[in-house]
Design a protein around this ligand. Structure first.
Ligand code: SF4
Length: 491
């Protein structure tokens, strides 16, 4: 592999991308659109392409959604147009479906039981089968209409966007069940893959989680209502107390009659371990473990597995910081600031000019020269995907005068793509797919490189290995991936 310059740094290379954050609230007497806005604000890290809120006043559902960050999409007057006592919201990073306004969520669809607004975090692996099912139902419905009216059939479904969420909405709408709860209980077992869903009709808020519990979903209590959110941090931020997680294989419904729980599948847990490593906020709690505590322990374990003589431990901010502090604690090497992050540059829709692009990584990270010059550095990061960012980082630290650069990574090598909602690209693009650790170290231009072991990472989460998905590290996929999808990603 050729050495690359910092010019190769790509602003779009932001590391692994999660695809969505979901939020729902049922709270008569509260300004539910505002609660949802702040909930989505807390979940912004899970998706920055689009944001949307749907609210119901018991008679009708109104929706507002657009491309951009939560703070760019909504202002106070927009939220004022969404009155009601139930709301669902969404922040999106696309996995299935292109990035466009049509694919922004929540999706909205008419059903025999009223209107359904739906928000989804995850990725359905049987999208093609579901599409076929929806088309068959649409064709049967068109035939019925044709027979009754003698008018030509409309053929195929009227789906107007390419994401799996609008497909779920359409399948709920085409159900022959007697109500939305029954329609959802009938549909959930037919969905394969990862899904944490929050949806509503005019009267009831629903939340459901796939039987594997791949993506998180938490339930919280307000004084006058209930909240569901992708992460517990969003509950904290709207003043809700954590009650419990929505269980894998569970559907809940909340309305004026209270909260009802329906078990539609026995749990076969395979929670995403990468939520602990990088995706979730450090102040969230996943299955009883604070993410920050897990990351700190990963850093301590990394220090035990890959010690080195050095002067300073620095983090790739912000996601590498808890592990870097843990590494420093365990090794006795001081932790210090080495890189200042401009947190928002990678999330702008304005493309940098050629001159700015040549500054590469400096648009995102700027070195603190007085802490770096002449020092032997341990640089702790959470993961390496393509390696472009770390290569540019090493070059920048050398230019700032670093004497030695020892990279330590708080997750094992990423060798396999994710089919459950995280954008790791294809196998061929993953640096650890073709190169061993020494070769990656050489390619990055570092003096040494150490990845935490799979066992060490899992132990730091305090979860049972059998209840975690580790597929991007191990290649052991807990949910069957269709051959065509696997072939497309080089598996
Ligand atoms: S493949 Fe990796 S990122 Fe995807 S769900 Fe499994 S552990 Fe998480």
């Amino acid at each position: 592999m050729n050495a690359a310059s910092s010019d190769d740094f790509d602003l779009a290379d932001q590391g692994p991308q999660d695809e969505c954050g979901v939020f729902g609230v049922w709270a008569p007497g509260e300004e539910v659109a505002k609660l949802t806005y702040f909930g989505l604000y807390a979940l912004q890290h899970r998706g920055q392409e689009s944001a949307g809120i749907a609210a119901s006043n018991g008679k009708q559902i109104l929706i507002y959604r657009d491309m951009g960050l939560v703070s760019q999409v909504f202002d106070e007057s927009d939220l004022d147009t969404l009155p009601g006592h139930i709301a669902v919201g969404h922040t999106r990073y696309s996995t299935t479906g292109v990035s466009s306004w049509e694919n922004a969520q929540p999706t909205l669809g008419p059903t025999p039981f009223g209107t359904v607004a739906l928000a989804h975090n995850g990725n359905l692996t049987n999208f093609a089968d579901l599409q076929e099912m929806a088309d068959e139902k649409a064709a049967a419905r068109d035939e019925t209409v044709k027979a009754a009216t003698q008018k030509p059939a409309r053929t195929r479904s009227g789906r107007d966007s390419s994401n799996d969420t609008s497909l779920v909405t359409e399948l709920l709408a085409s159900s022959a069940a007697e109500n939305l709860t029954a329609a959802a209980r009938e549909l959930m077992p037919r969905l394969d893959g990862a899904f944490s869903l929050v949806f509503m009709d005019e009267h009831t808020l629903y939340a459901a989680r796939d039987r594997h519990g791949v993506r998180p979903l938490a339930l919280g209590r307000l004084e006058r209502g209930w909240v569901v959110a992708s992460e517990t941090a969003a509950l904290d931020i709207v003043g809700a107390s954590f009650v419990r997680e929505i269980e894998p294989g569970e559907l809940i419904a909340i309305d004026e009659d209270g909260l009802r729980s329906h078990r539609w599948a026995e749990p076969e847990q395979a929670r995403c371990v990468f939520e602990y490593v990088y995706l979730a906020r450090p102040d969230s709690v996943l299955n009883g473990k604070t993410v920050h505590a897990a990351r700190s322990e990963m850093g301590r374990q990394l220090a035990r597995e890959y010690p080195v003589d050095a002067d300073l431990v620095i983090a790739t901010p912000e996601s590498g910081t808890p592990a870097a502090v843990g590494y420093a604690e365990e090794s006795g090497i001081p932790f210090g600031q080495g890189l200042m992050k401009n947190a928002y540059v990678g999330r702008t829709f304005i493309q940098p000019s050629q001159t700015l692009r040549q500054l590469g990584i400096r648009l995102k990270l700027n070195p603190l020269k007085e802490n770096i010059a002449g020092r032997r550095l341990v640089v702790v990061d959470d993961s390496i995907v393509r390696g472009n960012t770390q290569r540019a980082l090493v070059r920048m630290l050398r230019e700032a005068g670093a004497k030695e650069i020892h990279i330590r990574i708080s997750s094992p090598p990423v060798k396999w793509p994710c089919f459950y909602g995280i954008d790791f690209a294809t196998r061929a693009e993953l640096i650890a797919n073709g190169l061993n650790t020494d070769e990656i170290c050489q390619s990055l231009g570092a003096d040494s490189l150490g990845y935490i072991s799979l066992d060490g990472m899992i132990a730091a989460t305090q979860q049972r290995e059998a209840e975690l998905c580790t597929a991007c590290f191990s290649g052991d996929y807990p949910i069957t991936v269709p051959d065509t999808a696997a072939a497309e990603r080089g598996c």
